[in-house]
Design a protein around this ligand. Sequence first.
Ligand SMILES: CC(C)(COP(=O)(O)OP(=O)(O)OC[C@H]1O[C@@H](n2cnc3c(N)ncnc32)[C@H](O)[C@@H]1OP(=O)(O)O)[C@@H](O)C(=O)NCCC(=O)NCCS
Length: 220
Amino acid sequence: MVTSIPTLREGAITIRPIRLRDARALERELLDNRGWLRKWEATSPHGPMNFDTRASIRSLQANARAGLGLPFVIEVDGELAGQLNVSSITYGSLGSASIGYWVSERFAGRGATPTAVALATDYCFFRTGLHRMEICIRPENEASLRVVEKLGFRYEGLRRRYIHINGDWRDHFCFALVVEELPTGVLRRWLDGRVPVSNAVIPSADRAAALSGIRLGSSS
Ligand SMILES: CC(C)(COP(=O)(O)OP(=O)(O)OC[C@H]1O[C@@H](n2cnc3c(N)ncnc32)[C@H](O)[C@@H]1OP(=O)(O)O)[C@@H](O)C(=O)NCCC(=O)NCCS
């Protein structure tokens, strides 16, 4: 079981445990980036959610204490740039977890997210003993699809109307890695330019199915 959340660094990028005193800076980033983030944000199928940053940090921390998550902030050159959450940690014979992330628009395109994902995944594989890491992405989210492509997450399939995002159930493409694929780790493989290029390729049939899903099941 994961008992503590580490601070991990590569170059200008750091991931560290989220703290209650991040609330003000986080809230400012979330408000300033409403237009940038809204389309990709998890929502509740039961109606509008309260926007309470302190409560959401407390809930992430409680989840972490229960061993179910690792809530990080992403920093670029020491500035708060976004969040990375390892969630749905399952131990035992599944040994799996999921990653979600965002960065503010002004930090986009600097490789912060792939670096953060690589650091977190390597920590989960080599320090906590997890076996599989999953990332699910909306088919329209080309920037996020680049993140998994860069790191060589393997495409596993299309999940129909899988997560409630921006007010509706949305199709997602699912990608994963298992530890046996990564003798030297995700970060080292990426930095050494040894990522298999075909790993994240999405079959055209799934792209077409997702497009038809977007037309059938989406309100925006
Ligand atoms: C998806 C996201 C996390 C990527 O983070 P990042 O740190 O910018 O990742 P990278 O630097 O590797 O850039 C990934 C791709 O984003 C695109 N990108 C770069 N700068 C951009 C910008 N200013 N605006 C829009 N897209 C940009 C590029 O296609 C880039 O790929 P490339 O490096 O091959 O050119 C970020 O765009 C984001 O937070 N988006 C809004 C929230 C979101 O989509 N979360 C993920 C939900 S699954």
